[in-house]
Ligand binder design. Structure first.
Ligand code: COO
Length: 265
């Protein structure tokens, strides 16, 4: 059994199966992140990036209990300091790869999301959760910190005050509470999670891929750039888009009142 499943899916609105669905597949350990699972996730991202037909990615967990219970605590106990450092660095690298991925990544949170399970979702562009999901960063209650980017990303989504409360208390929130604070986009019934994520992915997949990638780059850069430098990046990336065949196609489609067909050129 592979610890990360990869499949291409579509919806009835899709022209092709242009969504990569990546499933964290260690249900027996509530999809806890082992080094093998992290490496498998990195490999799945490589596959999705290399496939030009793939225009959006969904990351979800196997089973109906957990999206991910975070870092594999049983594994951590048996590692040397060097191995622990390598494991933590690997998690940071995989999640930064998701954050800077040139295609949209949607976290379909199918159950518990704790610790690294929240942190992988924070590196995604959009988060949708089942209504009975519990979402939390309990690390400090174990003697750790959310070291896979949680201390760096959570505040951007829910504000520093709520981020400090979540991280320092370790208290989980419900999906509805997470939705209200902006941690997730929406909480949905369990039987609507996959379709909600797939239709949102389809909507993004139908947009111009070069523009989606440029928008992601600007949105991420906005966290660290001044408005002047952010505007410069917008000008630089838009100049490239101005020369694209996709922009010509997009404009033609508007005036022809038809759906554009973008080729990423
Ligand atoms: C979890 C949970 C609340 C799920 O609770 P359940 O009652 O549904 O499931 P169990 O607690 O019975 O766990 C099932 C199974 O998964 C069990 O293994 P077996 O005894 O062999 O049956 C658990 O040991 C295993 N499991 C669950 N979570 C983990 C795990 N193995 C390894 N690692 C982990 N994380 O029970 C729960 O509370 N898990 C811990 C959540 C947590 O504290 N996560 C933060 C980890 S630190 C981190 O992520 C740091 C990042 C930098 C989810």
């Amino acid at each position: 059994m592979t610890v990360v499943e990869y499949q291409k899916i579509g919806t009835f609105l899709s022209e092709t199966e242009n969504i990569a669905k990546i499933t964290l597949n260690r249900p027996e350990a509530r999809n806890a992140f082992s080094p093998e699972l992290l490496n498998g996730l990195m490999g799945a991202l490589d596959t999705a990036e290399a496939d030009n037909e793939v225009r959006a990615v969904i990351i979800t967990g196997s089973g109906d209990k957990a999206f991910s219970a975070g870092a594999d605590l049983k594994g951590v106990g048996g590692m040397s300091p060097e191995e622990n450092h390598a494991f933590l660095k690997l998690g940071q690298d995989v999640f930064r790869r998701i954050e800077s991925f040139p295609k949209a990544v949607i976290a379909a949170i199918n159950g518990y999301a704790f610790g690294g399970g929240v942190e992988v979702a924070l590196s995604c562009d959009i988060r949708i959760a089942v209504e009975d999901a519990k979402i939390g960063t309990p690390e400090v209650s174990l003697g750790l910190i959310p070291a896979w980017g949680g201390t760096q990303r959570l505040g951007y989504l829910i504000g520093e005050s709520k981020a400090r409360e979540m991280i320092l208390t370790g208290n989980p929130v419900t999906a509805k509470e997470a939705e209200a604070m902006g941690l997730i986009s929406k909480a949905v019934p369990a039987d609507e999670l996959e379709s909600t994520a797939a239709f949102m992915a389809t909507k993004i997949a139908d947009n111009a891929p070069l523009a989606v990638a440029a928008a992601k780059k600007c949105l991420l850069a906005s966290r660290t750039l001044s408005i002047e430098d952010g505007n410069k990046l917008e000008l630089e990336l838009t100049a490239n888009l101005m020369d694209s065949k996709d922009l010509a196609e997009g404009i033609n489609a508007v005036f022809s009142k038809r759906k554009p067909v973008f080729k990423g050129e």
